[in-house]
Write a protein that binds this ligand. Structure first.
Ligand SMILES: [Zn+2]
Length: 711
């Protein structure tokens, strides 16, 4: 502690290689690179390929020369220099795989090494092409504004995405490591070996890697049920995509800077979901064969998006290009209704448009349906024409749960299904709840109908539908008047109480890997919105005893922070500063945003500018501004020093400053002030995210007045 170390690292995407060496710095100009680095002798150095020679210059410096790379784009060249250590190389079918980490963190590398070896083998088989590089180093960078970067053979990561201690981590924290590792390794083929011609194709690069990260991690740990948890990510994307300020997944890029707005949830999570929907519609093997065909045809070269559709069309015989154009070139997604045996689509929107809208008008929708009681799944391609469905009732719309649309049942279909919600597959059930919440926010169903679906959930270990309910009651609390909040608290105790009775505080030996996550959701809802005193007391006891491992840690911190006990804030800070793992550090850092005290909130906000890692500053300010009590004050704090704020933090993290905006739903006067400020202070490259946050706030304001009258 207390010793400053300096490292040097590159991050060239999209067009910064030209700042390091002269080059045609565009993705279509592929070349080979032979890197030589002259560095202080005591420091470690890494680049894309293995070392060729190492020459001591006798003056305290050495020159490292690396084997020439394969033919690739400039943005994938990398070098990293600093006081790093590395694991022994693991031989994965002939490829040496290592984890590189800041000195002393070697005990946190096991999961990434295991996940990395798995992913290398998985993708060689899935793509039927061996790994295109000569070696693979995965490097943890202590202050890194991105999540990770797919430099060929030398992938760089933020620490929380690579280094983890499984013994003390939550499921989500471990999943993040396995997923990011799989995502970046998928890029070695899809992105590095075959690359987009120009930056508008970056969405496909990222959407595909997102799809593959789930496919691979689901095979790595089947018990994590990754496609079910990916349903949550898709829902988060659809929450943005139902706004008029959404955007088409692909749009024209003139200057490379235009791509900045592409690195968002619509590229990664919506794009990845659309590919999953396509895969499920075409069939998993047909889809895989199309991908193999595409990669082998375009290896070491560049492509445009339609090359992929053409390859899939060739292997499947389906109108893939026409179908995908409706999903990629227009924003939004449909609401698919199944009523009186007939399927129809219409655009889904949270509110009527008062001007321009990026939401499209119709899609070629792959819809799967099935009779609940068993029997074959029917495949429909729904256009503007209504289609009839002949499956026996009760029938499941969006069978399997992979469709990228909202679903609504007609009266007869709903009545037949209502008492069988427990028999749905897990992702189908999670989707039903998420769609129900979306329809409530859009003013298309009432609060009581949403609560009725929540009551139908019953006992199950898959956490995501309960997560939707917990998120909903948390949001509803912000909308309600104080006396209504008391009624809401009673409802929360009624809904979640039986689950707590069943699960208790401590894990049983026989429970699934997902149960602890459900327990955390249940305790969180009861301890915060539910105001359950005994749960709040036990949370405080565990905090005092520092029993804070795994899935319950974040929940306990959240409950404790809202108690505002004297001294706890300082304990959070101390434990943040002396954290043993990147995950523990992050928990305490984020936890600082949950205290409901203005002095403490300002104290934490100030530290974003002069103490916390630069990669985290804008995120913590965003979280602080989302606090139900102190959020508006923090928003005023950082907007009053706006210029300093936007110069201080990495540009690609600034959109996080908008995190609080969608929650300002109970005070229309303040909401307008927020909208005015951001409309007159646009964030270059990130303003669309801010506009989406403002539109969500307006949807929330309407929800607030509707809910108050229904409660
Ligand atoms: Zn990526």
């Amino acid at each position: 502690m207390g010793v400053t170390h300096v490292i040097a690292t590159t991050q060239f995407e999209h067009s910064d290689a030209r700042r390091a060496f002269p080059c045609w710095d565009e993705p279509s100009f592929k070349a080979t690179y032979q890197v030589n680095l002259t560095v202080p002798s005591e420091l470690a150095a890494y680049s894309n390929s293995p070392e060729l020679a190492n020459t001591d210059l006798g003056n305290g410096q050495r020159t490292v020369s690396y084997v020439p790379t394969m033919k690739m784009s400039t943005y994938l060249v990398a070098f990293v220099i600093g006081p790093f250590e590395q694991t022994e190389a693991l031989d994965v079918n002939g490829t040496p795989l290592r984890i590189v980490y800041p000195t002393g963190k070697g005990h946190l590398t096991d999961l990434a090494l295991e996940a990395g070896a798995f992913a290398l083998k998985f993708f060689s088989e899935y793509f039927d092409i061996s790994y295109p590089g000569d070696k693979l180093d995965m490097v943890a960078i202590p202050d890194f504004a991105f999540g990770a970067m797919e430099n060929l053979g030398c992938i760089t990561y933020r620490e929380t995405a690579l280094l983890v201690d499984p013994a003390g981590a939550s499921l989500a924290e471990m999943q993040r490591v396995a997923e990011v590792v799989a995502h970046e390794i998928a890029h070695m083929w899809f992105g590095d070996l075959v690359t987009m011609e120009w930056w508008e194709g970056i969405w496909l690069n990222e959407a595909f890697a997102t799809f593959m990260q789930i496919l691979c991690t689901n095979a790595f740990r089947p018990q994590w049920k990754m496609w079910v948890s990916f349903g949550v990510d898709r829902d988060a994307a659809l929450q943005i995509d139902g706004l008029h300020s959404t955007r088409p997944i692909e749009y024209e890029v003139i200057s490379p800077d235009d791509t900045r707005g592409m690195f968002d949830i619509l590229t990664y999570e919506k794009g990845g979901s659309v590919l999953r929907m396509l895969e499920q519609y075409l069939g998993e093997e047909t889809f895989r064969d199309g991908i193999r065909h595409y990669l082998v045809t375009h290896s070491y070269a560049n492509t445009v998006t339609t090359d992929l559709w053409d390859a899939l069309e060739e292997t499947s015989g389906q109108p893939v290009r026409a179908m995908m154009n409706t999903w990629i070139l227009q924003g939004g997604h449909p609401l698919v209704t199944l009523a009186a045996g007939t399927l129809r689509q219409q655009p889904f929107a949270y509110a009527k448009s008062s001007g321009e809208s990026a939401i499209g008008s119709s899609w070629l929708v792959p819809v799967l349906t099935r009779p609940l009681k068993g029997g074959p799944t029917s495949r429909h391609l729904l256009s503007d024409e209504a289609l009839s469905v002949t499956d026996e009732l009760p029938v499941v719309l969006n069978a399997g749960g992979s469709g990228v649309f909202r679903s609504r049942y007609g009266a007869a279909e709903l009545e037949a299904l209502a008492s069988h919600v427990g028999e749905l597959e897990e992702l189908e059930r999670a989707t039903l709840l998420a769609d129900s919440w979306a329809l409530l926010l859009a003013g298309q169903i009432r609060w009581d109908a949403f609560v009725a679906s929540a009551r139908g959930l019953g006992d199950q270990d898959e956490p995501n539908p309960w997560g939707t309910v917990a998120g909903a009651v948390d949001y509803a609390k912000r909308a309600l008047a104080p006396e209504q909040q008391t009624k809401l608290a009673a409802l929360v105790r009624q809904l979640f109480g039986p689950q707590f009775e069943r699960l208790g505080w401590d894990a049983s030996r026989s429970e699934s890997d997902l149960t602890p996550q459900l327990r955390a959701i249940v305790l969180g809802a009861l301890g915060t919105v539910g105001g359950d005193e005994s749960i709040r007391e036990e949370a405080a006891r565990r905090f005092d005893a520092n029993e804070l491992d795994g899935d319950l840690a974040r929940t306990i911190l959240r409950i404790v922070a809202t108690e505002n006990r004297p001294g706890d804030y300082d304990t959070f800070l101390k434990r943040y500063q002396s954290a043993a793992t990147p995950q523990e550090e992050q928990r305490y850092l984020w936890g600082l945003a949950d205290f409901a005290d203005e002095t403490l909130a300002f104290n934490a906000a100030e530290r974003c500018y002069n103490e916390f890692r630069n990669q985290d500053g804008a995120i913590v300010l965003g979280l602080l501004s989302r606090n139900a009590t102190t959020g508006p004050a923090v928003w005023r704090f950082f907007t009053s020093r706006w210029q300093e704020t936007i110069e201080k933090f990495p540009a690609n993290t600034l959109s996080r400053l908008a995190l609080g905006i969608p929650t300002y739903i109970a005070d229309p006067v303040f909401a307008e002030q927020v909208a005015d400020f951001h409309e007159s202070h646009p964030l270059a490259g990130e303003q669309r995210t801010v506009e989406q946050a403002i539109e969500r706030m307006r949807v929330g304001l309407a929800f607030c007045s509707a809910l108050r009258s229904q409660f």
